[in-house]
Design a protein. Structure first.
Length: 119
């Protein structure tokens, strides 16, 4: 399997600050997501993830087509598993190192509650 691209929270933060449109997907459970998640992250639990479900959700939320899809979880393991699972069909997935834990530690915007906002 080809190597899955990864990005650090610092690099992702730089991309956000530069105005790059960011598509962020959280693969944790709905309960984890509702407690706290990265601002603007779409929820697709790892147990429900497939290339088709991801593409459908991104289309429904009008996410920018063709750009990188940044995948995160709590600390990074499930996100890497998710990327490996769909990389063959969606090679634009990018693993977010450190996940939501690193996102929070860097002071990036967080939300709680169910998913509501589009990309």
């Amino acid at each position: 399997m080809p190597e899955i691209p990864s990005v650090s929270i610092h690099e992702l933060q730089r991309r956000i600050a530069s105005g790059e449109p960011i598509t962020l997907v959280d693969v944790r459970t709905p309960e984890e997501y509702e407690k706290l998640h990265a601002e603007g992250a779409l929820l697709i639990p790892l147990s429900d993830l497939s290339a088709a479900t991801l593409q459908e959700k991104l289309k429904r939320h009008q996410c920018p087509p063709g750009g990188p899809i940044y995948v995160l979880c709590h600390s990074g393991r499930r996100a890497m598993s998710a990327c490996e699972q769909i990389f063959e069909h969606l090679p634009n997935v990018v693993h977010v190192q450190g996940g939501t834990l690193a996102w929070a530690q860097e002071g990036l915007p967080l939300e709680s509650g169910p998913e509501e906002e589009p990309c």
